[in-house]
Design a protein around this ligand. Structure first.
Ligand code: NI
Length: 171
């Protein structure tokens, strides 16, 4: 397995709309395993392939305390069942920033697992938030798109400045 580099906002590649996976083959399984390793190492509770510059509809999630319940979502879709919840979201592609986002409380998720089997499940609480956040990534959307433009531009300016300082250090 290997750790993958995570793209950071405002990298334009994060705006790519991912394509459906045609077949769950060994190369997709290898991507899944590397994404899981990268997510646990970060550490994070979810990672979309878009964030590692692979533009296929693959997501990994683990919202468990013990970090022992990986969930693999290939070509995931969801329908809103109802309710609203707000949560201070963060993102491995927007390191160091947390902002309140309002999302659906309960959703019906459909996806394909690592073995290529279709499944469906109802999600609520943190899992529902995470699924919505990660599927956003596959569509080129970041959590900062759900907050005010002023806040988004402020975060963008700070991250651009931080990247420049980082580049200078490595020169
Ligand atoms: Ni994210």
């Amino acid at each position: 397995m290997a750790l993958l580099d995570i793209l950071e906002f405002p990298d334009p590649r994060l705006r790519t709309k991912a394509k459906d996976v045609k077949e769950v083959n060994n190369s997709i399984r290898k991507l899944v395993d590397n994404m899981l390793e990268t997510m646990y190492e970060a550490p994070g509770i979810g990672l979309a392939a878009t964030q590692v510059n692979v533009h296929q509809r693959v997501v990994v999630i683990d919202v468990s305390e013990e970090k022992d319940q990986p969930l693999v979502l290939i070509n995931p879709t969801y329908q809103i069942i109802g309710g609203e919840q707000e949560y201070d979201e963060g993102c491995l592609s927007v390191p160091g920033y947390y902002e309140t986002v309002i999302r659906a409380e309960k959703i019906q998720l459909n996806a394909i697992d690592r073995d290529g089997n279709a499944f469906e499940m109802q999600c609520d609480e943190l899992l529902a938030i995470c699924v919505q956040h990660e599927i956003d990534h596959l569509n080129g959307v970041l959590f900062v798109d759900h907050i005010s433009k002023l806040k988004r531009e402020r975060i963008k300016a700070k991250l651009v400045k931080a990247h420049k300082a980082e580049l200078k250090k490595h020169r």
